[in-house]
Design a protein around this ligand. Sequence first.
Ligand code: FAD
Length: 460
Amino acid sequence: MNTAVVLFTSDLRLHDHPPLRAALGAADDVVPLFVRDDGIEAAGFSPPNRTAFLADCLTDLDEGLRDRGGRLVVRSGDVVEEVRAVAREAGAGGVHMAAGVSAYAHAREERLRLALEEDGRTLRVHDAVVTALAPGAVVPSGSDHFAVFTPYHRRWSQEELRGVLAAPRTIRVPDGLRSEPVPSREDVEKAGGVSDGLARGGEREARKRLNAWARGGLARYDERHDDLAGDATSRLSPHLHFGTLSPGEAVHRARAVGGPGAEGFVRQVCWRDFHHQVLAARPASATADYRGRHDRWRSGGRADADVRAWKAGRTGYPVVDAAMRQLRHEGWMHNRGRLLAASFLTKTLYVDWRVGARHFLELLVDGDLANNQLNWQWVAGTGTDTRPNRVLNPVRQAHRYDPEGSYVRRWVPELEDVEGSAVHEPWKLPDAVRARLDYPDPIVDLADGLARFRHAREAG
Ligand code: FAD
Protein backbone atom coordinates (compact mmCIF):
# COMPACT_ATOMS: atom_id res chain seq x y z
CA MET A 1 0.00 0.00 0.00
CA ASN A 2 1.64 3.29 -0.89
CA THR A 3 0.76 6.71 0.40
CA ALA A 4 1.36 10.32 -0.72
CA VAL A 5 0.92 13.59 1.15
CA VAL A 6 -0.67 16.61 -0.53
CA LEU A 7 0.30 19.86 1.15
CA PHE A 8 -2.37 22.51 0.55
CA THR A 9 -1.18 26.13 0.70
CA SER A 10 -2.78 28.77 -1.59
CA ASP A 11 -4.81 26.16 -3.45
CA LEU A 12 -7.66 25.23 -1.09
CA ARG A 13 -9.82 23.34 -3.58
CA LEU A 14 -10.55 19.92 -5.01
CA HIS A 15 -11.36 20.95 -8.59
CA ASP A 16 -8.51 21.55 -11.01
CA HIS A 17 -5.84 20.56 -8.52
CA PRO A 18 -2.77 19.00 -10.19
CA PRO A 19 -0.95 18.04 -6.94
CA LEU A 20 -3.99 16.12 -5.69
CA ARG A 21 -4.54 14.47 -9.07
CA ALA A 22 -0.89 13.43 -9.28
CA ALA A 23 -0.91 12.05 -5.73
CA LEU A 24 -4.06 10.04 -6.41
CA GLY A 25 -2.50 8.70 -9.60
CA ALA A 26 0.66 7.62 -7.82
CA ALA A 27 -0.62 6.30 -4.49
CA ASP A 28 -3.49 4.27 -3.02
CA ASP A 29 -3.85 6.49 0.04
CA VAL A 30 -3.50 10.25 0.19
CA VAL A 31 -3.06 12.56 3.16
CA PRO A 32 -4.57 15.99 2.43
CA LEU A 33 -2.63 18.24 4.80
CA PHE A 34 -2.87 21.86 5.83
CA VAL A 35 -0.29 23.35 8.19
CA ARG A 36 -1.06 26.51 10.12
CA ASP A 37 2.39 27.80 9.48
CA ASP A 38 4.19 29.60 12.34
CA GLY A 39 6.37 31.37 9.81
CA ILE A 40 3.40 33.01 8.10
CA GLU A 41 1.77 33.92 11.39
CA ALA A 42 5.05 35.37 12.76
CA ALA A 43 5.40 37.51 9.63
CA GLY A 44 2.04 39.09 10.54
CA PHE A 45 0.50 37.63 7.43
CA SER A 46 -2.60 36.27 9.12
CA PRO A 47 -4.70 39.32 10.05
CA PRO A 48 -8.31 38.74 11.17
CA ASN A 49 -10.10 39.11 7.81
CA ARG A 50 -7.93 36.62 6.00
CA THR A 51 -7.86 34.28 8.98
CA ALA A 52 -11.68 34.27 9.08
CA PHE A 53 -11.94 33.65 5.34
CA LEU A 54 -9.29 30.93 5.61
CA ALA A 55 -11.33 29.19 8.32
CA ASP A 56 -14.28 29.03 5.91
CA CYS A 57 -12.01 27.64 3.20
CA LEU A 58 -10.60 24.91 5.44
CA THR A 59 -14.02 23.94 6.76
CA ASP A 60 -15.32 23.63 3.22
CA LEU A 61 -12.25 21.72 2.05
CA ASP A 62 -12.66 19.26 4.91
CA GLU A 63 -16.35 18.80 4.05
CA GLY A 64 -15.52 18.30 0.37
CA LEU A 65 -12.96 15.66 1.32
CA ARG A 66 -15.37 13.94 3.71
CA ASP A 67 -18.01 13.79 0.93
CA ARG A 68 -15.43 11.75 -0.98
CA GLY A 69 -14.51 9.43 1.86
CA GLY A 70 -11.50 11.39 3.13
CA ARG A 71 -10.80 14.25 5.53
CA LEU A 72 -8.40 17.13 6.01
CA VAL A 73 -5.46 16.71 8.38
CA VAL A 74 -4.60 19.98 10.12
CA ARG A 75 -1.40 20.66 12.03
CA SER A 76 0.26 23.79 13.39
CA GLY A 77 3.93 24.67 13.69
CA ASP A 78 6.92 24.91 11.43
CA VAL A 79 5.62 23.84 8.05
CA VAL A 80 8.69 21.79 7.12
CA GLU A 81 8.81 19.93 10.43
CA GLU A 82 5.09 19.21 10.32
CA VAL A 83 5.10 17.90 6.75
CA ARG A 84 8.08 15.76 7.55
CA ALA A 85 6.38 14.36 10.65
CA VAL A 86 3.14 13.58 8.82
CA ALA A 87 5.01 11.94 5.94
CA ARG A 88 6.86 9.73 8.45
CA GLU A 89 3.71 8.84 10.41
CA ALA A 90 1.87 7.95 7.21
CA GLY A 91 4.87 6.14 5.70
CA ALA A 92 4.42 8.28 2.60
CA GLY A 93 6.77 7.97 -0.34
CA GLY A 94 6.41 11.55 -1.40
CA VAL A 95 4.78 14.94 -0.99
CA HIS A 96 2.98 16.98 -3.65
CA MET A 97 2.39 20.73 -3.47
CA ALA A 98 1.79 23.78 -5.65
CA ALA A 99 4.67 26.08 -6.58
CA GLY A 100 4.55 29.45 -4.84
CA VAL A 101 6.01 32.72 -6.06
CA SER A 102 7.25 34.64 -3.02
CA ALA A 103 10.72 34.47 -1.48
CA TYR A 104 9.10 32.75 1.50
CA ALA A 105 7.48 30.13 -0.72
CA HIS A 106 10.73 29.45 -2.56
CA ALA A 107 12.62 29.02 0.73
CA ARG A 108 9.87 26.76 2.06
CA GLU A 109 10.11 24.54 -1.01
CA GLU A 110 13.88 24.27 -0.72
CA ARG A 111 13.83 23.49 3.00
CA LEU A 112 11.10 20.93 2.47
CA ARG A 113 12.92 19.27 -0.41
CA LEU A 114 16.09 18.86 1.66
CA ALA A 115 14.26 17.60 4.74
CA LEU A 116 12.30 15.03 2.74
CA GLU A 117 15.36 13.90 0.82
CA GLU A 118 17.16 13.24 4.11
CA ASP A 119 14.32 10.86 4.91
CA GLY A 120 14.45 9.25 1.47
CA ARG A 121 11.24 10.91 0.30
CA THR A 122 10.53 13.09 -2.72
CA LEU A 123 8.90 16.48 -3.11
CA ARG A 124 7.00 17.23 -6.30
CA VAL A 125 6.18 20.87 -6.87
CA HIS A 126 3.43 21.54 -9.45
CA ASP A 127 3.29 24.63 -11.66
CA ALA A 128 0.26 26.53 -12.89
CA VAL A 129 -1.84 25.89 -9.79
CA VAL A 130 -1.86 29.31 -8.13
CA THR A 131 -1.51 31.10 -11.48
CA ALA A 132 -3.05 30.30 -14.86
CA LEU A 133 0.36 30.21 -16.51
CA ALA A 134 3.49 29.42 -14.49
CA PRO A 135 5.85 32.33 -13.86
CA GLY A 136 8.67 31.96 -16.36
CA ALA A 137 6.51 30.02 -18.84
CA VAL A 138 6.81 32.98 -21.19
CA VAL A 139 9.78 35.34 -21.05
CA PRO A 140 11.03 38.06 -23.39
CA SER A 141 14.37 37.53 -25.06
CA GLY A 142 17.23 38.52 -22.78
CA SER A 143 15.30 38.60 -19.51
CA ASP A 144 13.82 36.25 -16.96
CA HIS A 145 10.48 38.08 -16.77
CA PHE A 146 8.30 40.66 -18.47
CA ALA A 147 8.60 44.15 -16.97
CA VAL A 148 5.76 45.61 -19.09
CA PHE A 149 2.21 44.30 -19.13
CA THR A 150 1.19 44.76 -22.80
CA PRO A 151 3.82 42.47 -24.35
CA TYR A 152 3.29 39.99 -21.52
CA HIS A 153 -0.43 39.96 -22.22
CA ARG A 154 0.20 39.38 -25.92
CA ARG A 155 2.44 36.37 -25.24
CA TRP A 156 0.28 35.04 -22.41
CA SER A 157 -2.79 35.12 -24.67
CA GLN A 158 -1.05 32.95 -27.27
CA GLU A 159 -0.24 30.20 -24.78
CA GLU A 160 -2.54 27.25 -24.43
CA LEU A 161 -3.53 26.75 -20.80
CA ARG A 162 -3.69 23.17 -19.56
CA GLY A 163 -7.19 21.68 -19.43
CA VAL A 164 -9.30 21.86 -16.27
CA LEU A 165 -9.04 18.77 -14.03
CA ALA A 166 -12.22 17.41 -12.50
CA ALA A 167 -12.47 16.99 -8.75
CA PRO A 168 -11.70 13.41 -7.67
CA ARG A 169 -14.68 11.19 -6.80
CA THR A 170 -13.11 9.34 -3.91
CA ILE A 171 -10.13 9.91 -1.67
CA ARG A 172 -8.77 7.35 0.79
CA VAL A 173 -6.98 8.78 3.80
CA PRO A 174 -5.00 6.39 6.04
CA ASP A 175 -6.51 5.82 9.51
CA GLY A 176 -5.01 6.95 12.75
CA LEU A 177 -3.36 10.23 11.75
CA ARG A 178 -3.71 12.95 14.36
CA SER A 179 -5.42 16.15 13.27
CA GLU A 180 -6.18 19.37 15.09
CA PRO A 181 -9.75 20.59 14.76
CA VAL A 182 -10.42 22.57 11.60
CA PRO A 183 -10.48 26.25 12.70
CA SER A 184 -13.92 27.80 12.70
CA ARG A 185 -14.87 31.22 11.39
CA GLU A 186 -16.97 31.86 14.47
CA ASP A 187 -13.92 31.42 16.72
CA VAL A 188 -11.92 33.86 14.62
CA GLU A 189 -14.80 36.34 14.74
CA LYS A 190 -15.01 36.03 18.52
CA ALA A 191 -11.33 36.99 18.77
CA GLY A 192 -12.25 40.31 17.13
CA GLY A 193 -11.04 42.52 14.30
CA VAL A 194 -13.05 40.88 11.49
CA SER A 195 -14.87 43.28 9.14
CA ASP A 196 -18.69 43.19 9.48
CA GLY A 197 -19.26 42.81 5.76
CA LEU A 198 -16.60 40.16 5.09
CA ALA A 199 -17.54 37.65 2.34
CA ARG A 200 -17.77 33.91 3.00
CA GLY A 201 -14.93 31.69 1.84
CA GLY A 202 -14.71 28.13 0.59
CA GLU A 203 -14.66 26.28 -2.71
CA ARG A 204 -18.42 25.83 -2.89
CA GLU A 205 -18.89 29.56 -2.44
CA ALA A 206 -16.25 30.21 -5.12
CA ARG A 207 -17.97 27.92 -7.61
CA LYS A 208 -21.35 29.47 -6.93
CA ARG A 209 -19.87 32.90 -7.53
CA LEU A 210 -18.10 31.80 -10.71
CA ASN A 211 -21.30 30.25 -12.08
CA ALA A 212 -23.38 33.33 -11.28
CA TRP A 213 -20.68 35.56 -12.75
CA ALA A 214 -20.43 33.55 -16.00
CA ARG A 215 -24.20 33.69 -16.43
CA GLY A 216 -24.59 37.31 -15.34
CA GLY A 217 -22.17 40.20 -14.90
CA LEU A 218 -19.35 38.85 -17.09
CA ALA A 219 -21.04 39.81 -20.37
CA ARG A 220 -20.96 43.52 -19.51
CA TYR A 221 -17.70 43.59 -17.55
CA ASP A 222 -15.92 45.67 -20.21
CA GLU A 223 -18.47 48.50 -19.94
CA ARG A 224 -19.13 48.36 -16.25
CA HIS A 225 -15.96 47.34 -14.41
CA ASP A 226 -15.08 50.91 -13.42
CA ASP A 227 -18.55 51.82 -12.16
CA LEU A 228 -17.89 52.31 -8.45
CA ALA A 229 -21.51 52.22 -7.35
CA GLY A 230 -22.51 49.43 -9.75
CA ASP A 231 -20.22 46.92 -8.04
CA ALA A 232 -20.07 45.11 -11.36
CA THR A 233 -16.82 43.18 -11.00
CA SER A 234 -16.59 39.48 -10.20
CA ARG A 235 -15.43 39.72 -6.56
CA LEU A 236 -13.54 36.52 -7.20
CA SER A 237 -10.25 37.95 -5.88
CA PRO A 238 -10.33 36.33 -2.40
CA HIS A 239 -11.14 32.99 -4.02
CA LEU A 240 -8.25 33.36 -6.42
CA HIS A 241 -6.02 34.40 -3.53
CA PHE A 242 -6.86 31.37 -1.38
CA GLY A 243 -7.08 29.12 -4.43
CA THR A 244 -10.66 28.05 -3.79
CA LEU A 245 -10.98 28.86 -7.47
CA SER A 246 -8.40 27.90 -10.07
CA PRO A 247 -7.34 30.91 -12.19
CA GLY A 248 -7.00 28.60 -15.19
CA GLU A 249 -10.57 27.39 -14.76
CA ALA A 250 -11.80 31.01 -14.46
CA VAL A 251 -10.10 31.79 -17.78
CA HIS A 252 -11.47 28.70 -19.55
CA ARG A 253 -14.93 29.46 -18.26
CA ALA A 254 -14.86 33.08 -19.40
CA ARG A 255 -13.49 32.14 -22.81
CA ALA A 256 -16.33 29.66 -23.23
CA VAL A 257 -18.76 32.54 -22.74
CA GLY A 258 -16.78 34.81 -25.06
CA GLY A 259 -17.36 38.42 -26.10
CA PRO A 260 -15.79 41.69 -24.97
CA GLY A 261 -16.85 41.25 -21.32
CA ALA A 262 -15.06 37.92 -21.10
CA GLU A 263 -12.02 39.33 -22.89
CA GLY A 264 -11.77 42.18 -20.39
CA PHE A 265 -12.08 39.80 -17.46
CA VAL A 266 -9.44 37.41 -18.82
CA ARG A 267 -7.14 40.40 -19.26
CA GLN A 268 -7.46 41.15 -15.54
CA VAL A 269 -6.63 37.55 -14.63
CA CYS A 270 -3.59 38.02 -16.85
CA TRP A 271 -2.64 41.09 -14.76
CA ARG A 272 -2.66 38.76 -11.79
CA ASP A 273 -0.28 36.34 -13.53
CA PHE A 274 1.84 39.30 -14.63
CA HIS A 275 2.41 40.52 -11.08
CA HIS A 276 3.09 36.97 -9.92
CA GLN A 277 5.80 36.49 -12.55
CA VAL A 278 7.39 39.81 -11.53
CA LEU A 279 7.44 38.80 -7.86
CA ALA A 280 8.74 35.31 -8.68
CA ALA A 281 11.65 36.81 -10.63
CA ARG A 282 12.24 39.77 -8.27
CA PRO A 283 11.20 38.62 -4.77
CA ALA A 284 12.70 41.79 -3.25
CA SER A 285 10.02 43.86 -4.98
CA ALA A 286 7.67 42.88 -2.12
CA THR A 287 9.47 45.48 -0.03
CA ALA A 288 11.94 47.39 -2.22
CA ASP A 289 11.26 49.67 -5.20
CA TYR A 290 11.10 47.62 -8.39
CA ARG A 291 12.60 50.61 -10.18
CA GLY A 292 14.82 52.47 -7.70
CA ARG A 293 13.80 56.15 -7.64
CA HIS A 294 15.36 57.45 -4.41
CA ASP A 295 12.21 59.11 -3.14
CA ARG A 296 12.45 61.07 0.07
CA TRP A 297 8.89 60.31 1.08
CA ARG A 298 7.21 62.51 3.66
CA SER A 299 7.04 61.03 7.16
CA GLY A 300 6.59 62.16 10.75
CA GLY A 301 4.57 65.11 12.04
CA ARG A 302 2.05 66.39 9.51
CA ALA A 303 2.60 63.41 7.20
CA ASP A 304 1.67 60.99 10.01
CA ALA A 305 -1.51 62.96 10.66
CA ASP A 306 -2.30 62.74 6.93
CA VAL A 307 -1.81 58.95 7.01
CA ARG A 308 -4.13 58.66 10.01
CA ALA A 309 -6.80 60.67 8.17
CA TRP A 310 -6.32 58.50 5.07
CA LYS A 311 -6.69 55.25 7.05
CA ALA A 312 -9.76 56.57 8.86
CA GLY A 313 -11.47 57.74 5.65
CA ARG A 314 -11.37 61.38 6.79
CA THR A 315 -9.25 63.09 4.12
CA GLY A 316 -12.05 65.44 3.07
CA TYR A 317 -12.06 63.89 -0.44
CA PRO A 318 -15.29 61.90 -0.39
CA VAL A 319 -14.43 59.31 -3.01
CA VAL A 320 -11.12 58.48 -1.31
CA ASP A 321 -12.85 58.31 2.05
CA ALA A 322 -15.62 56.10 0.67
CA ALA A 323 -13.05 53.66 -0.69
CA MET A 324 -11.12 53.55 2.59
CA ARG A 325 -14.29 52.90 4.54
CA GLN A 326 -15.38 50.16 2.16
CA LEU A 327 -12.01 48.53 2.88
CA ARG A 328 -12.58 48.63 6.62
CA HIS A 329 -16.19 47.48 6.40
CA GLU A 330 -15.84 44.68 3.85
CA GLY A 331 -12.15 43.81 3.86
CA TRP A 332 -12.37 44.46 0.13
CA MET A 333 -12.27 47.52 -2.09
CA HIS A 334 -13.31 48.21 -5.67
CA ASN A 335 -10.32 48.35 -8.02
CA ARG A 336 -11.03 51.96 -9.00
CA GLY A 337 -11.17 52.83 -5.30
CA ARG A 338 -7.81 51.09 -4.76
CA LEU A 339 -6.27 53.10 -7.59
CA LEU A 340 -7.63 56.38 -6.23
CA ALA A 341 -6.76 55.71 -2.60
CA ALA A 342 -3.23 54.60 -3.52
CA SER A 343 -2.59 57.51 -5.88
CA PHE A 344 -3.84 59.92 -3.23
CA LEU A 345 -1.46 58.51 -0.60
CA THR A 346 1.65 58.13 -2.72
CA LYS A 347 1.34 61.12 -5.02
CA THR A 348 -0.99 63.74 -3.57
CA LEU A 349 0.29 63.15 -0.01
CA TYR A 350 3.68 61.87 -1.18
CA VAL A 351 3.85 59.09 1.43
CA ASP A 352 5.84 55.88 0.93
CA TRP A 353 3.87 53.17 -0.91
CA ARG A 354 4.92 50.64 1.76
CA VAL A 355 2.84 52.51 4.36
CA GLY A 356 -0.28 52.10 2.25
CA ALA A 357 0.53 48.56 1.15
CA ARG A 358 0.91 47.49 4.79
CA HIS A 359 -2.46 48.95 5.71
CA PHE A 360 -4.14 47.24 2.75
CA LEU A 361 -2.51 43.92 3.69
CA GLU A 362 -3.87 44.22 7.19
CA LEU A 363 -7.44 44.54 5.98
CA LEU A 364 -7.82 43.09 2.49
CA VAL A 365 -9.33 39.62 2.35
CA ASP A 366 -7.60 39.17 -1.01
CA GLY A 367 -4.41 40.77 0.39
CA ASP A 368 -1.73 39.22 -1.70
CA LEU A 369 2.01 39.89 -1.78
CA ALA A 370 2.24 39.84 -5.58
CA ASN A 371 -0.92 41.77 -6.39
CA ASN A 372 -0.88 44.19 -3.52
CA GLN A 373 2.78 45.19 -3.44
CA LEU A 374 3.15 45.37 -7.20
CA ASN A 375 -0.09 47.27 -7.72
CA TRP A 376 1.02 49.72 -5.05
CA GLN A 377 4.32 50.10 -6.84
CA TRP A 378 2.53 50.49 -10.15
CA VAL A 379 0.47 53.36 -8.74
CA ALA A 380 3.40 54.94 -6.87
CA GLY A 381 5.45 54.97 -10.07
CA THR A 382 8.22 52.77 -8.66
CA GLY A 383 6.85 49.68 -10.38
CA THR A 384 5.93 48.57 -13.88
CA ASP A 385 3.73 51.49 -15.01
CA THR A 386 5.13 52.93 -18.22
CA ARG A 387 3.73 56.33 -17.18
CA PRO A 388 5.06 56.49 -13.62
CA ASN A 389 4.35 60.20 -13.11
CA ARG A 390 0.61 60.15 -13.79
CA VAL A 391 -1.43 61.47 -10.88
CA LEU A 392 -5.14 60.66 -10.54
CA ASN A 393 -7.31 63.62 -9.64
CA PRO A 394 -9.83 62.26 -7.11
CA VAL A 395 -12.47 64.86 -7.95
CA ARG A 396 -12.39 64.29 -11.68
CA GLN A 397 -12.24 60.54 -11.17
CA ALA A 398 -15.20 60.71 -8.78
CA HIS A 399 -17.36 62.54 -11.34
CA ARG A 400 -16.36 60.03 -13.98
CA TYR A 401 -16.71 56.77 -12.08
CA ASP A 402 -19.42 57.69 -9.58
CA PRO A 403 -21.43 60.22 -11.59
CA GLU A 404 -24.49 60.14 -9.33
CA GLY A 405 -22.45 60.10 -6.12
CA SER A 406 -24.14 56.87 -4.96
CA TYR A 407 -20.90 55.13 -4.01
CA VAL A 408 -19.90 58.03 -1.79
CA ARG A 409 -23.28 58.25 -0.11
CA ARG A 410 -23.23 54.48 0.52
CA TRP A 411 -19.97 54.64 2.47
CA VAL A 412 -19.87 58.17 3.89
CA PRO A 413 -23.12 58.57 5.83
CA GLU A 414 -22.20 62.11 6.91
CA LEU A 415 -22.84 63.05 3.27
CA GLU A 416 -25.94 60.96 2.61
CA ASP A 417 -28.21 64.00 2.38
CA VAL A 418 -26.12 65.72 -0.25
CA GLU A 419 -27.76 65.02 -3.59
CA GLY A 420 -26.20 64.07 -6.92
CA SER A 421 -22.61 64.73 -7.85
CA ALA A 422 -22.36 67.74 -5.51
CA VAL A 423 -21.35 65.13 -2.94
CA HIS A 424 -17.91 64.95 -4.55
CA GLU A 425 -17.02 68.55 -3.63
CA PRO A 426 -18.60 69.29 -0.27
CA TRP A 427 -16.34 72.34 0.19
CA LYS A 428 -18.42 74.02 -2.54
CA LEU A 429 -21.69 73.62 -0.66
CA PRO A 430 -23.26 76.74 0.88
CA ASP A 431 -21.70 77.56 4.25
CA ALA A 432 -24.94 76.89 6.13
CA VAL A 433 -25.17 73.37 4.66
CA ARG A 434 -21.50 72.70 5.22
CA ALA A 435 -21.69 73.74 8.83
CA ARG A 436 -24.25 71.01 9.48
CA LEU A 437 -22.05 68.23 8.06
CA ASP A 438 -19.70 66.38 10.36
CA TYR A 439 -17.23 66.00 7.53
CA PRO A 440 -13.66 67.37 7.40
CA ASP A 441 -12.24 69.98 5.04
CA PRO A 442 -9.72 68.56 2.58
CA ILE A 443 -6.43 67.79 4.33
CA VAL A 444 -4.47 68.93 1.29
CA ASP A 445 -5.05 71.19 -1.67
CA LEU A 446 -4.84 69.05 -4.82
CA ALA A 447 -2.77 71.62 -6.70
CA ASP A 448 -0.30 71.85 -3.81
CA GLY A 449 -0.05 68.06 -3.64
CA LEU A 450 0.57 67.86 -7.38
CA ALA A 451 3.23 70.59 -7.24
CA ARG A 452 4.99 68.83 -4.34
CA PHE A 453 5.03 65.52 -6.24
CA ARG A 454 6.30 67.13 -9.45
CA HIS A 455 8.99 69.01 -7.56
CA ALA A 456 10.11 65.79 -5.85
CA ARG A 457 10.25 64.03 -9.23
CA GLU A 458 12.33 66.78 -10.77
CA ALA A 459 14.67 66.79 -7.78
CA GLY A 460 14.86 62.95 -7.66
P1 FAD B 1 -12.29 41.66 -11.30
O1 FAD B 1 -12.31 43.03 -11.86
O2 FAD B 1 -13.50 40.85 -11.43
O3 FAD B 1 -11.06 40.92 -11.92
C1 FAD B 1 -10.94 39.51 -11.96
C2 FAD B 1 -9.68 39.06 -11.28
O4 FAD B 1 -8.54 39.56 -11.96
C3 FAD B 1 -9.55 39.56 -9.85
O5 FAD B 1 -10.27 38.75 -8.96
C4 FAD B 1 -8.04 39.52 -9.64
O6 FAD B 1 -7.59 38.25 -9.27
C5 FAD B 1 -7.50 39.85 -11.02
N1 FAD B 1 -7.19 41.28 -11.10
C6 FAD B 1 -8.02 42.29 -11.40
N2 FAD B 1 -7.34 43.45 -11.43
C7 FAD B 1 -6.07 43.17 -11.12
C8 FAD B 1 -4.88 43.94 -10.99
N3 FAD B 1 -4.84 45.26 -11.19
N4 FAD B 1 -3.74 43.31 -10.63
C9 FAD B 1 -3.73 41.99 -10.43
N5 FAD B 1 -4.81 41.21 -10.56
C10 FAD B 1 -5.97 41.79 -10.89
N6 FAD B 1 -5.74 42.30 -6.03
C11 FAD B 1 -5.63 41.23 -5.24
O7 FAD B 1 -6.09 40.15 -5.59
N7 FAD B 1 -4.99 41.32 -4.03
C12 FAD B 1 -4.46 42.49 -3.58
O8 FAD B 1 -3.88 42.52 -2.50
C13 FAD B 1 -4.60 43.64 -4.39
N8 FAD B 1 -4.13 44.85 -3.97
C14 FAD B 1 -4.25 45.94 -4.80
C15 FAD B 1 -3.72 47.17 -4.38
C16 FAD B 1 -3.83 48.29 -5.19
C17 FAD B 1 -3.24 49.60 -4.74
C18 FAD B 1 -4.47 48.18 -6.44
C19 FAD B 1 -4.57 49.38 -7.34
C20 FAD B 1 -5.00 46.98 -6.86
C21 FAD B 1 -4.90 45.84 -6.06
N9 FAD B 1 -5.41 44.59 -6.46
C22 FAD B 1 -5.27 43.51 -5.66
C23 FAD B 1 -5.96 44.41 -7.82
C24 FAD B 1 -7.47 44.60 -7.97
O9 FAD B 1 -7.86 45.81 -7.39
C25 FAD B 1 -8.27 43.47 -7.36
O10 FAD B 1 -7.80 42.24 -7.82
C26 FAD B 1 -9.74 43.57 -7.76
O11 FAD B 1 -10.27 44.80 -7.34
C27 FAD B 1 -10.51 42.42 -7.14
O12 FAD B 1 -11.87 42.53 -7.42
P2 FAD B 1 -12.60 41.51 -8.39
O13 FAD B 1 -12.29 40.13 -8.01
O14 FAD B 1 -14.03 41.92 -8.44
O15 FAD B 1 -11.87 41.84 -9.75
